[in-house]
Design a protein around this ligand. Structure first.
Ligand code: HEC
Ligand code: HEC
Ligand code: HEC
Length: 138
């Protein structure tokens, strides 16, 4: 078989190679491992039921929606508590709820956000949890 016009094939091949190697060159030559958020904080270890303020699936995709609601409720309507579907009551607070359980910001929030190149500006004002340097090295 004879290839009559190799040009489109070559272009197609180049585009293909470009896509396949995209994760490589997007991250400056390092292929980042997929995020692996850690749940082993002291506050979560002592939980009887290892549950978040909503289902894991919901939290994974929509935690920013909850945070937004909490902020609006707390700041505008002075509603400072949040009752989960299971009846547990938490302060509607980034620092006093989310970051109390997820006190390992670097191994939790940041692993996902860094992966997609997102840096929420919340920490310009809200205090991040204090982390031991020993804990920060995984
Ligand atoms: C009472 C402790 C507690 C509080 C408060 C809490 N979480 Fe969680 N969170 C957990 C636990 C435990 C899990 C794992 C749940 C599971 O495996 O079903 C989790 C899971 C998650 C996940 C999914 C992680 C994954 O691996 O996909 C996200 C995202 C998350 N939490 C964010 C938040 C945010 C944002 C807040 C505040 C709005 C918050 N959490 C408040 C304990 C908590
Ligand atoms: C399982 C991965 C994962 C974990 C764990 C996680 N996030 Fe996120 N977060 C995301 C993704 C993905 C987005 C972007 C979603 C989008 O743009 O639609 C996001 C977006 C956000 C946003 C919106 C920021 C913006 O500029 O739009 C906030 C706020 C946020 N996350 C806070 C947190 C906090 C606080 C924690 C830790 C308690 C946390 N997230 C843990 C994956 C995660
Ligand atoms: C410019 C400073 C600033 C930035 C940036 C900021 N906040 Fe806030 N936030 C505040 C202030 C001030 C309050 C009111 C504190 C209070 O009344 O308890 C507040 C309250 C909140 C509350 C309810 C009260 C509490 O204790 O948490 C939530 C939830 C919240 N912010 C989430 C966020 C999230 C998520 C982001 C990032 C997407 C963010 N904030 C960015 C200043 C800021």
């Amino acid at each position: 078989m004879k290839i009559y016009d190799a040009k489109p094939i070559l272009i197609g091949l180049l585009i293909f190679v470009g896509f396949v190697s995209m994760p490589f060159w997007l991250h400056g030559g390092k292929v980042s491992p997929p995020p692996d958020p850690k749940l082993d904080t002291p506050a979560i270890q002592i939980l009887e039921k290892k549950e978040c303020v909503a289902s894991k699936e919901y939290m994974r995709t929509s935690h920013m929606v909850i945070l937004n609601d909490w902020r609006t409720q707390a700041v505008r309507n002075s509603k400072r508590f949040y009752v989960t579907a299971g009846g547990a009551n938490y302060p509607a607070s980034l620092q006093r709820a989310c970051m109390k359980c997820h006190s390992n910001k670097a191994q939790f929030c940041d692993t996902c956000h860094n992966y997609i190149g997102l840096a929420p500006y919340c920490w310009d004002c809200h205090l991040p949890p204090k982390q031991e340097t020993a804990q920060a090295t995984k």
